[in-house]
Unconditional design. Sequence first.
Length: 284
Amino acid sequence: MSNIQLTKYSKGGGCGCKIAPSVLAEILRSTDFISGHPNLIVGNETNDDAAVIDFGSDRLLISTTDFFTPIVNDAFDFGKIAAANALSDVYAMGGQPALAIAILGWPVGKLSTAEAGRMIDGARLVCSVAGIPLAGGHSVDTLEPLFGLSVNGFVEKKHLKRNSTAREGDLLFITKPIGAGIITTAAKRELANPEEIETAVAYMTQLNRIGVELGKMDGVNALTDITGFGLLGHLIEMCGGSNTSAEIYFDKIPQMPGIEKHLILSVYPDMTTKNFCIIRIKMH
């Protein structure tokens, strides 16, 4: 493990570098009235996890890209996290990833190229576990390090799941404990202990392959992954797209160990203050 701390080279860790939802909505508000592509099934109209296009077969093509600034200090771990995060967008559509290419921004004059190599090695390992190749990519010399993947995958038409198709009476099922943003923010401030960081990394690098199986279940009406916009941010997208509301029971939400003590110290991700949304919450 290198002693270089990647998070010191970026102002916002991980998805904290994302553009705020309200600002992004302004950017995407187009005055171009060109009609959409006839084969495009999922675009950006419902803030879904990936785009989906139909080429006239029983299988649909899923395409996504996801990259961000370092969320942990170790380059190898960051590569694994970034890769798992990008692959998650395909799994969240009920699909199976097929091919990945890398997106790399690196401050060549500030950081060793060997660290960039370790980062790519981490991503290559996760892609190998997913059973797909990391087959190239594109790189630029940037002021801050950033990394991610562009991923293509496939899903059978009948198994495609979206974030905008929830129905009244559906139960919310979370496959991992939440709180990674709190732990990694605490780590950047040197407040998290090694066990907390190790646990968070283990969850963040765990592939969401369960999405493939959930996509095959008729009783599952909608899927999404919980990443940069947090549970509430992604849930409001799901509710808005499907014209539903949600009740959350906080005592039922799985949480990573250690987050309570950090919240007491007002440790939370940069993205939190950008995620203003209105949702009906029932506290029990």
